[in-house]
Design a protein around this ligand. Structure first.
Ligand code: ATP
Ligand code: MG
Length: 389
């Protein structure tokens, strides 16, 4: 008997001929996240992936692997020979183990037979194992509709016994869908937006704007911590840190006060686009959500959007703050996001920002600035930080 972690992938299976491309990316990512836990052997057994583990490292492996996009379910299993006596023995010990942990009155055996050469069919296997569990374990009965405990028996190249299917995030392996540049603020929304697009297979890089020394080093550290948490899901990436104080001052001195936020947003978009194109990145990602703040009315979004030519993904556009916060909690960015450090946008915050801006007006205000050289100067001074997962 050995302990292994089984990994099922959902959507991946639909990818036909591309399947091996997706699977290879997935395996590579799994190898990467568990690289510090020895070098466990990973293999395929008829449609599922298995990671060889032991009692000492199995929880750690599961914890890491659960965060890999492309994976739907993760289970801790016994791997045994395809031998009925063995299967019965380990099914019983799984039930006994589960009963020690929680209150279990009913169970059901569910057998999947991928190996069609196995002499009994899945119904027969399930019935036989169920019968032996009933005989050996006191105080439990079978309930085929709503059992307290499922005993799963998979018959493949080997046979696998387990009782828990842990839900992972699903999605597609990072890097199977090109690259996206996340505009990462220190707020709640943008880390969630990055997570959601990485889940769709995008490889991330990120750009953060600050107004040092008006914004503090602590604020900068906070953004790095958020990036670090994101890297648990999407792997190592580059964080471009750009000082836009000079740009904000130029806007402040030369443009209408109520357009401050939108004008600086446009600069943020343009700078991000420029860095993106230079690095072969095909899209920008923001945490904007319809109507959330003055700059995110439909007209505000149009003004921001028209600053650039590459696609801008806004995965949170139709979500409200409660829904976004729920995800932030699940992915563990929330507590960091709410640390109360100042953001560059708050430095020159207008008292009454425009909510129904006209693109023409905004472009007019912008035209008094030397946009290109302000952008080039900011980019030439930016810092590139490598975020390691
Ligand atoms: P929250 O709304 O929770 O404060 P936020 O900072 O993401 O989070 P907004 O101020 O609404 O929210 O900004 C909208 C989007 O613009 C952000 O989601 C982010 O993608 C981008 N953005 C804002 N400020 C910055 C910044 N300082 N650096 C990089 N991107 C930013
Ligand atoms: Mg926001």
């Amino acid at each position: 008997m050995d302990k292994v972690v089984s990994v099922s992938f959902g959507e991946l299976a639909l990818k036909g001929l591309n399947r091996s491309f997706f699977e290879d990316k997935l395996i590579k990512r799994i190898r990467n996240v568990i690289r510090d836990i020895g070098k466990p052997y990973i293999y395929r057994d008829q449609g599922k992936l298995y990671i060889e583990a032991n009692e000492g490292n199995i929880k750690q492996i599961i914890d890491k692997v659960k965060k890999v996009f492309g994976i739907v379910l993760v289970s801790e299993c016994y791997r045994i020979e395809k031998d009925m006596d063995e299967m019965i023995k380990y099914s019983i010990s799984e039930v006994e183990e589960a009963i020690r942990k929680r209150d279990i009155k009913t169970f059901k055996v569910e057998c999947k037979r991928a190996d069609k050469k196995f002499p009994m069919n899945s119904m027969e296997v399930a019935r036989k194992i169920g019968h032996h569990i009933l005989q050996s374990v006191d105080g439990i009965s079978v309930d085929v509709h709503k059992p307290d405990l499922f005993v799963y028996v998979d018959i493949r190249g080997k046979s696998y016994i387990y009782t828990e299917k842990l839900k992972a995030f699903g999605g597609l392996p990072v890097g199977t869908n090109g690259k996206g540049m996340l505009l990462l603020s220190g707020g709640i929304d943008s880390p969630v937006a990055g997570f959601m697009m990485a889940k769709r297979g995008l490889r991330l890089s990120a750009v953060h704007y600050h107004s040092y020394p008006f914004t503090s080093e602590r604020a900068e550290e906070k953004v790095k911590s958020l990036a670090k948490i994101l890297s648990n899901y999407c792997g190592s990436f580059k964080l471009y840190s750009v000082n836009i104080l000079k740009i904000q001052k130029a806007i402040n001195e030369n443009c209408p006060e109520d357009e401050m936020t939108l004008l600086s947003r446009r600069f943020m978009m343009k700078i991000a686009e420029k860095i993106a194109i230079k690095n072969d990145v095909d899209a920008l990602i923001t945490g904007e959500s319809m109507g959330q703040v003055a700059s995110q009315t439909i007209k505000g979004l149009n003004v921001t959007n028209s600053a650039v030519n590459i696609p801008v993904f806004r995965p949170l556009i139709g979500m409200d703050k409660t829904e976004i916060t729920e995800i932030a909690n699940v992915i563990d960015t929330f507590e960091t996001s709410i640390l109360p450090y100042e953001d560059c946008c708050t430095v020159f915050l207008p008292k009454h920002p425009v909510t129904r801006p006209k693109l023409e007006d905004i472009e007019n205000s912008e035209s008094v600035l030397d946009v290109d050289s302000l952008i080039n100067e900011a980019i030439s001074e930016m810092e590139i930080i490598r975020i390691e997962d």
